[in-house]
Ligand binder design. Structure first.
Ligand code: UDP
Length: 345
């Protein structure tokens, strides 16, 4: 059962604070699952979110849960004094705050860059003041359009610093650099996860990602959009596996001074993914091809040897099972909120 307060009795009868987690981006897709998992573990969560890309229903499902508090805040802005005053009680800081879907993070590239660089620095300063452990969710996008396959953490990537994805890719690369500088200088204990494509319930139907687009299009009988010829590959990880990986990384007894890939190595083409969605939904809607976005990576697959070795972690949910659960969730969402239908990206 969940705890009612942020205090608990320690082994010798002393009153000890429970873990207080700050989750930036906690109303978002992965963030909302993480908040839920931390609450289920009996910990307290202070969720920071600017609600830029979050779904209000993700937040509604968490509000009112014992141990949960929400503060509307954009991390690219200085942190509120309320939060800095709480520093002595904060034990863990998770940074999941940034639009992650290409059409959404490209809408306001300056804000995307500032969220990653300035926002991460604000949270690192809080971690330093709080002596809290800090986890950055970085991204497979730091590998850009990779020339090495699969991608291991020591690959330095092939990123365009001038293209439309740069605000996100280079923003995350700078955020990693900052985190490791704090770590090297002993200013904060850091962890960096490089997240590969993740899917599951709580995604926004209008997010513009391939999984949400194809499922929502199939459910609504709309045209199924494939960008380019559909031969580009991705490797899709179910959200519960991702959250388990993030939690294992945060708690691992390691020095944290190397990034860790988290993702499912089960690689497929976009056309193969489309086939799974068609089989699952039985849609007869036509497939339309749209231009491949600029700098769209050709192939992507994580090498997760490091996560296996350091965290004893590997994803467990096969695509068929994850897609079925995701599809059922989207079906319920679209039925409840027909106006919130997806976008074609
Ligand atoms: N994509 C697609 N149809 C869509 C949305 C995306 O074919 O409706 C493609 C996109 O061009 C990319 C892949 O699917 O090659 C994954 O796109 P997503 O936006 O989900 O993630 P990312 O590009 O960030 O890996």
């Amino acid at each position: 059962m969940r705890k009612q307060t942020n205090l608990d009795h320690g082994p010798r009868g002393t009153v000890q604070p429970l873990a207080l987690n700050v989750v930036a981006g906690g109303a978002g897709f992965i963030g909302s699952h993480l908040c839920r998992a931390l609450l289920d573990r009996g910990e307290s969560v202070l969720c920071l979110d600017n609600l830029q890309t979050s779904r209000p229903s993700n937040l509604r499902a968490l509000e009112g849960q014992p141990g949960f508090r929400f503060l509307r805040h954009d991390i690219s802005q200085p942190l509120p004094a309320d939060l800095t005053r709480m520093a002595p009680r904060i034990t863990r800081i998770w940074n999941l705050a940034c639009a992650a879907s290409p059409p959404l993070y490209q809408r306001d590239p300056e804000h995307t860059m500032m969220t990653n660089v300035v926002g991460t620095n604000h949270l690192l300063r809080l971690a330093e003041a709080a002596k809290a452990r800090f986890l950055l969710t970085s991204t497979s996008e730091v590998y850009g359009d990779p020339e090495i396959h699969p991608q291991a953490e020591d690959y330095r990537g092939n990123v365009s610093c001038t293209g439309p994805r740069a605000c996100y890719d280079e923003g995350k690369r700078a955020a990693e650099a900052l985190a490791f500088d704090y770590g090297r200088a002993g200013r904060a204990q850091v962890r960096v996860a490089r997240i590969f494509n993740t899917y599951g319930p709580n995604m926004d139907p209008g997010d513009g990602r391939v999984v949400s687009n194809l499922i929502c299009q199939a459910l609504r009988g709309d045209e199924l959009t494939v960008y380019g010829d559909g031969s580009q590959t991705r490797s899709f990880c179910y959200v519960s596996d991702m959250v388990a990986g993030l939690m294992a990384l945060m708690e691992a007894d390691i020095d944290g001074m190397e990034p860790v890939n988290l993702g499912n190595p089960d690689e497929m083409t976009v056309t193969e993914l489309l086939g799974h969605v068609v089989t699952l939904t039985g849609t007869r809607a036509p497939v339309v091809h749209r231009p491949l976005p600029v700098d769209d990576p050709r192939r992507r697959r994580p090498d997760i040897s490091r996560a296996r070795a350091l965290l004893n972690w590997a994803p467990r949910i096969p695509l068929a099972e994850g897609l079925e659960a995701t599809c059922a969730w989207f079906a319920a969402e679209l039925a409840a909120e027909p106006a919130a239908a997806g976008i074609a990206g």
